[in-house]
Structure formats: C-alpha cells, structure tokens
Design a protein. Structure first.
Length: 623
C-alpha cells in the first residue's frame, strides 16, 4: 500500500490557507487583528533604530557636531521609548487573545460537531476525521495552529521592504577612482555577482529546510497511524476505568507492541529516527551552514566598500544590519510559504470535517406550547435503515400514541426499540413513511422546538463530571428546590441527604478527587431526575431500571404514576413484569410491530411473541 502523501500545488495550498485564515477571523476577529498589528510593529520598528544609530556613528566619525549629536540622541531616545511603549501595549492586546488561540481552534471544531446532523455525529467517519485532526496537531503541530505562519510571511515581507530601502545605497554608492584595484567594486558585473550570490544563498537555505519539512507531509499517513496507536494504547495503563482489566488480562503487553515496538514509527529504529539520521538531518544542517555563509559574504562586501572609501564607518553598521534583515526577510518568506504549503494537506483534513453537510430538512414551524399537553404522535408506515447499511431495522411501523397514556415497548435485543425512539426524537429521519405531530410531518417543525417536547433517558445516557445539581438542572443556574424534589422522586433522596456538599457535589473524580463515584444504579436515578426536571410532555425511558437493584426497581415502579404524572410516557424494557402497569404494550420483532394491546390481551394470545417472551422470563420466577 502506498501510504505516502504529496504536496498540494502552490495555488491550491495558498487557497486552503486563505480559507483557514478567514475561518479563524470569523470566529475571533480581534485575535487575528491584534496579532497582525503586533507582527507589523515588530517587523518595521527595528529599522528606525538601525537608521538612527547609523546617523550617530556617522556624525561621531565625521564632523562631530555636538548640537546635532545631542538632537540625534534625543530623537533616538524618544523614538525608542515610543517603540517600546507601543510594543508593550500591542503585546498586551495580543496576549489577551493569544491565550484563546487554543480555545478558538477547539471551539471551531466543537461548534461544527454541535451544529451537525445527529446522523453525522454518530458516523464513525466523522470521528476518524476528528482523530486525524487531533493527531496531526499533537504529533507535528499541523493544522489550524500552524495557519498563523502567515504572520511570519507578512513579517518577512515587511522586513524585506524595510531592509531593501536601507540597502539600496550600498550598491549605488561608488568607490572613489583613487581606490586602485578596489574600484572593481563599482563594476556593474561585480554588483550583480554579489547580489546574485546573496539571493542564491538566501533562497537555498529555506529551500533546504522546507525540503526537510516535506518529509513530514510524505510520511503523514504513517505518522497518523502511529499517533493513533499511541493515543489509544499509550495511555491504557494510566486510565482509572481500565486499571483493573489491564492488570488482570496483562493488557500492557498489547500496548507495548503498538507503542514501543522496534519498528514503531517513533522508536529509535523507526521511520522518524531514520529520517532524522539521514536526509532530514542533512538538509537541516546544510540549511544552517549556508545561512552562515551569507553573513560572511555580506560583511566582506560592506567592509571592502567602506575600506575603499565608498561610505563612512557609520554606514557599515547600517548596511550590515539591514542587509541581514533583507536576508532574514527572504528566507522567512520562503520558509513561511513552504511551511504553509506543507500545512495545506493537514488543513484539507480539517475542511473535510468542516464541510460535512447538514442534509436533514430544517423546518420552521413552532411547536405550540400547550398547557393541556395535547400532543398526538403518529408513525405512518415508517421504515428505516441506518446510513450506509442495506438492512431495514424498522419495517412499516404504524402506531399512534394516546395522549397521557403509558406505552411500553418490548422485544428482543436488536428488534429496533431504541431505533424507534431515535426516530421519534428526530435524531434520524425515516427512510420511508412519516412521523406526524398533531397531524403535521415532524420535519416541518423547528428542530430545537420539537426536541423540547421530549425528555429521554437513553440506555447509554451520560452524566457529566460536573456538580450533581448542574447535571440534573442542565445549567449553572437552576431551581435548587425543584432539582432536590426530582432527585427525591427518582429515589436519590436518601443518598443526597448523606452528601455533605449536597447538590454541589462533583460527580466522578475527573475534575476533583473529592468528587463522588457514582454506581450504575445511582447514575440511572440521577438521569431519571434530569428527565423529570426537564418536564417535557413526552417522557421516554429506555431500560430505566436496568442497573437498579430489585428493591430500588420496585420503588421506582410503585411511584411510576407519580413520576410520570400527566405526561405521555414511553417505556422500553426487557423485564416484562414491569410493563404490566402500562396502558398499552407494543411488541417489536425484527423491526416490525407484531402485537399491540394491554398485558392481559397480549398474554391471552398463546401463539403471540409476547406470550413467548413472558413465559421465557416467568419460568425462572414460578419454578
Ligand atoms: P434494540 O433497542 O431493540 O435492542 P436497536 O434499535 O438498538 O435494537 O437496534 C436495531 C438494529 O439496528 C440492530 O441490528 C443494531 O445492530 C442496528 N443498529 C443500531 N444502531 C446502529 C447504528 N448506529 N448503525 C448501524 N446499525 C445500527
């Protein structure tokens, strides 16, 4: 497999960089402006010092006019003070936003994730792209952080302009005819030769260094894989949740294979080390050597001209300093442009992620806030298959929910119960058929508005390592009394009463070691409280008591009517005994609703799926 990558053509590479700059600017304009101004100031101001000190040296070496000297010193002092003062202000302004560069980069990626259709957030390809973006950034500093190289480019351009302005007279000032052999320095061919040599060296140094950088691009795919191994396996031993399994099954041996093996990309015998011992090392050394040569030629030429009498001693400092700046400008320009070109393929990965389309139709109808909670939902001939899959996991589902009723959804694993809920909450749209809310296709409603009528405890719900109250209330400012009441209703009251920090207690130990560890059952109660706090007309519970002990489970059921109140409840469960209290039971089998009715109606059908499922469980209790 050829897993090396190629550079993009210059035009395309610069286009990608420009798009990235615009994206960063849109996200945080002040950050870009403050940094730009800082770069411009840094690039331009050194010439003021170079010019003024040349004038002072010239005056000292020449007529030595005291009055003029004092004036020059004052101008130098005042301008230096102004330069330093403005620089300090610009640094402060830039630093305010500098700290937010990381936030900005991460913010752009996170915002995209939040704005994305759920279908895409659930797609493994999206997460693969995100992982690559993260590995490129941590592995080689590639990606959005590297876009700021354009500042180097601008800085280099300004340096170049300033340097050239102060250097022109080095080549135009003539050596007097009395200088003998040295008057050859006036010859146009001589001047061309010196300029040619300088340009060649200035050009060749960054080209060599960029060539070294090209190897990062060439081996980006291999480095990506190695980084991925490292991220996944390198930290296995340090993760609290894996600690027991890693020890019992000696999984560290596995991680060693992926991370420290002899042929690993990063190991001493790996690709990276070989490149650095070989071509990359040589290119970098050659680049540094060539730069030193440049300084030698500059000093040689300037000193010879001064010695021959072309200009005074003051001008030597000006020319030497400003021509070095010209050289720095040219190499900075080439090196920044080369770096931006190298970065372009990594930016392409970011744009592949940013360009993931939102193809779900976004309606604009508002969902009427009804006090009477008279919402009626109907599934009309709904079929569904997951994106990229051939198989229909729901087939021709027809169902209408009676308002205020309790519907139980039962069926074997994989029969489509959770998928049914995901469609109801419009996390996915049906492949065929439609879902209606009060007679209108749910796609026509404003998405966020529609989501507001549901509160759900998914099977794989997730609590955040934040404070208990914030988890239930869903925000920093929440109604403390209501949160406490919901926790009590969900069966968490006793535990809450024993918590010294109460609602302020951090869940888990991710944020602070004083946080509390939460068992599966406790987590389920907190998730249930969160659902109650949202107080939406539809309450959906996917296996809400799976992690509860039998006593806690019985407690939840005994209070189920109180918990659900006048809401429409949809309740998924494997434990059929717990569905008896529901008004209606829908039996799913292989993606279809095969039976519907009350517990006693369904049990009466001895050939039905419900009867089979019921007896499969009942035998353990009745034997
Ligand atoms: P249940 O909740 O009844 O256990 P699910 O609705 O979770 O069933 O799953 C129904 C089928 O859909 C299963 O075969 C499952 O493998 C498949 N499935 C679930 N989620 C996805 C997904 N994100 N992508 C592809 N297939 C999925």
């Amino acid at each position: 497999m050829n897993n090396t990558r190629k550079l993009l053509p210059w035009r395309e590479a610069m286009k990608v960089n420009w798009r990235a700059i615009k994206m960063l600017y849109q996200y945080n304009p002040q950050m870009i402006l403050s940094r730009l101004l800082f770069v411009a100031w840094e690039a331009f101001t050194p010439y003021i010092g170079i010019y003024l000190s040349a004038l002072i040296v010239e005056e000292l070496a020449g007529s030595g006019d005291a009055e003029r000297l004092i004036r020059l010193v004052w101008i130098t002092l005042i301008s230096s003070a102004v330069i330093v003062l403005v620089r300090a202000l610009l640094t402060k302004w830039r630093d305010v936003y500098n700290y937010s560069v990381h936030l900005c980069v991460e913010g752009i990626l996170a915002k995209k994730m939040l704005d994305m259709d759920f279908v895409s957030t659930d797609d493994p390809r999206t997460h693969e792209l995100l992982a690559r973006i993260s590995h490129n950034a941590t592995g080689g500093g590639w990606g959005l952080n590297r876009v700021f190289q354009y500042e180097e480019l601008i800085g280099a351009l300004l340096k170049l302009c300033g340097g050239i302005t102060l250097t022109v007279t080095l080549f135009t000032s003539r050596v007097p005819d009395t200088a003998g052999n040295l008057s050859i320095l006036n010859h146009p061919l001589m001047i061309l030769l010196v300029i040619g040599m300088m340009l060649f060296i200035t050009y060749i140094a960054p080209v060599l260094s960029n060539k070294a950088g090209n190897y990062s691009v060439k081996y980006a795919a291999q480095q990506d894989v190695a980084n991925r191994h490292f991220t996944h396996y390198g930290y296995l031993g340090g993760k609290r949740e894996f600690a027991a399994d890693v020890r019992i099954y000696r999984q560290y041996a596995l991680s060693e294979k992926y991370c420290t093996g002899k042929n690993n990309f990063f190991s001493s015998q790996g690709v990276l080390a070989k490149l650095n011992r070989g071509p990359v090392g040589l290119l970098k050394a050659a680049s540094a050597g060539v730069s030193v040569l440049f300084t030698g030629i500059v000093y040689g030429f300037v000193c010879m001209k001064a010695y021959a009498g072309a200009f005074g001693i003051g001008a030597v400092t000006q020319y030497a300093a400003s021509i070095v700046k010209v050289s720095e400008g040219v190499s900075g320009l080439i090196s920044a442009a080369g770096d931006m070109r190298n970065n372009a393929i990594f930016l392409e990965v970011i744009f592949e992620y940013m360009d993931i389309p939102n193809s779900m139709y976004q309606g604009s109808l508002t969902v009427e806030k009804r006090r009477d909670r008279e919402y009626e939902v109907e599934f009309k001939n709904v079929s569904f298959r997951y994106p990229g899959s051939e198989n229909f996991v729901l087939k021709h589902v027809n169902m209408k929910f009676k308002i205020g009723s309790k519907l139980a959804v039962v069926g074997m694993n994989g029969s489509g119960k959770t998928t049914f809920i995901k469609l109801l909450c419009r996390l996915y749209d049906p492949t065929e058929g439609e879902i209606l809310l009060n007679g209108i296709d749910i796609r026509k409603y404003n998405y966020l508005d529609y989501m507001n009528i549901f509160s759900v405890v998914f099977q794989d719900f997730c609590l955040l390592p934040l404070k208990l109250g914030e988890n239930v209330g869903g925000k920093i400012e929440y109604d403390r009394e209501l949160v406490t009441e919901c926790l009590k209703k969900a069966g968490y009251g006793e535990r809450l009463a024993n918590m010294s920090e109460g609602l302020e207690t951090y869940l888990y130990k991710d944020y602070t070691w004083e946080g509390t560890d939460v068992s599966g059952g406790e987590a389920q109660k907190i998730a249930l409280a969160r659902t109650l706090y949202k107080d939406a007309p539809f309450m959906i519970l996917d296996e809400p008591t799976a992690a509860l002990d039998p006593i806690a489970e019985a407690e939840v059921y005994s209070k189920f009517n109180e918990i659900v109140g006048d809401k429409t409840a949809i309740y998924i469960s494997h434990r059929l005994s717990s569905c008896k209290f529901c008004d209606e039971i829908a039996v799913f089998h292989e993606g279809a609703v095969v039976q519907m009715g009350t517990h006693s109606q369904l049990l009466a059908d001895e050939k039905g799926k419900y009867y089979e499922l019921w007896n499969a469980q009942a035998q353990y209790y009745t034997a």
